[in-house]
Design a protein around this ligand. Sequence first.
Ligand SMILES: Nc1ncnc2c1ncn2[C@@H]1O[C@H](COP(=O)(O)OP(=O)(O)O)[C@@H](O)[C@H]1O
Ligand SMILES: [Mg+2]
Length: 261
Amino acid sequence: MTTAKSTTSPQTDAPGSSLILLDNVKKYYYMGNQEVRALDGVTVSFAQGDFWAIMGPSGSGKSTMLNILGCLDHPTSGRFVLDGYDASDLDDDERSELRLRRLGFIFQSFNLIPQLTVQENIELPLYYLGYEAERSARRAEELADMVGLADRLAHRPMELSGGQQQRVAVARSLANDPAVLLADEPTGNLDSSTGVAIMELLADLNRQGKTIVMVTHEQNIAAYAACRMHMLDGKIDRIEGVDEPEITSPPPLPNSAEGSR
Ligand SMILES: Nc1ncnc2c1ncn2[C@@H]1O[C@H](COP(=O)(O)OP(=O)(O)O)[C@@H](O)[C@H]1O
Ligand SMILES: [Mg+2]
């Protein structure tokens, strides 16, 4: 495997420092002579330790945004900086490398490999990273324990409930200690109480400092995220939960009418 040296070490780790930057990012698709503006000039930054929910109606650009953040796709134009690396113009191999080393993914449909045990599913990213077997096994055990499945290591996905399968997927997503966890409708295939348990797990990870970006269309699921972005027609419609920019000069004095009351 080629190792792009530029993708191996984190560039930022202080809480609150900018981890992801999208600067006027556009993604256009061309269907015949029709232009589809899936993302139409998105500018936003996600800080280290943030928990974001991306919301919006079907077709508003949520998946396109997550695919770009996840280095699965590249923007038509604009700048995308991830963990200090300009990822706007990486080729396919470089994007794969960045995904393997710096990102974790959680999907609506779990995406576990049915033939592999829980332990082997969690270890899969470590296998690709070239971890030695014993170290990889130890890491998988730790992660299984953390998601409450220490006694299921030898089971296969089919023998687990949906909620347990998603726990395995969360454990797998953490194996490479990613800079960012990306989740696409992580509770979409779960009943509501199981969904809540998975969200509690993600909220816990965020409290421990993990940066999470999640797509969801459910208000009660989005409520776990402190920052919420609403997309509309490929643009950011509004953002909730992000602090006002720091005021560097003193605020203006109240006007005289108010001051004299
Ligand atoms: N591969 C593609 N080719 C052409 N159009 C696409 C493609 N992917 C997405 N689109 C279009 O881009 C827009 C945004 O899609 P998407 O990001 O999937 O929205 P959402 O996830 O919010 O439902 C939609 O109009 C969709 O039809
Ligand atoms: Mg989508």
